[in-house]
Design a protein around this ligand. Structure first.
Ligand code: HEC
Length: 134
């Protein structure tokens, strides 16, 4: 019995550590402001200072959840940012963000019960983007 209990305590401690390491929205805000706000706007609605100069309008990032049936589209956003899923014009307009892809990874849920190791700066950015959904 004691072994079971100590195993349980270890599992709880591990879960607590993982949570402590998960970046929250405030950590991602700086990355958003530095890398995304110039096009997508300070509040994410697509009205950044560069938006007018682009041939393709930056997407309103605050309605991603609403447009996806109420669930934040983690995989779609991830693949946009790391450049996998772009249309021809998108390659021109949206730069890739190598720096966001560096650093230690944290597990983020990318499907029901599926966790994908994700570079911490990118996980923080995702948390921020999720926090600005309307
Ligand atoms: C140079 C301007 C520019 C910058 C900087 C930029 N974007 Fe974009 N983004 C666009 C444009 C234009 C589109 C719409 C066309 C397209 O899909 O590429 C877009 C589309 C997107 C989409 C697709 C939304 C959908 O429909 O699924 C996401 C997600 C996104 N951007 C996130 C980001 C994030 C996060 C950052 C910062 C790390 C960022 N963008 C920085 C111009 C930019």
């Amino acid at each position: 019995m004691r072994y079971i209990l100590s195993g349980l305590a270890a599992a709880v401690t591990l879960a607590a550590c993982m949570n402590a390491e998960m970046p929250d929205a405030s950590e991602g805000r700086a990355a958003y402001d530095a890398n995304c706000a110039m096009c997508h706007g300070a509040s994410g609605t697509g009205d950044g200072p560069l938006a007018g100069d682009l041939s393709v309008k930056p997407v309103n990032l605050t309605t991603l959840t609403r447009d996806n049936g109420g669930a934040f589209p983690v995989n779609r956003v991830l693949s946009y940012i790391d450049g996998y899923k772009r249309k021809a014009a998108e390659d021109v307009e949206m730069p890739e963000f190598g720096l966001l892809l560096e650093g230690p990874s944290v597990p983020i849920e990318t499907g029901e019960g599926v966790f994908t190791p994700t570079p911490r700066p990118l996980a923080a950015l995702l948390a921020y983007m999720e926090s600005i959904q309307k």
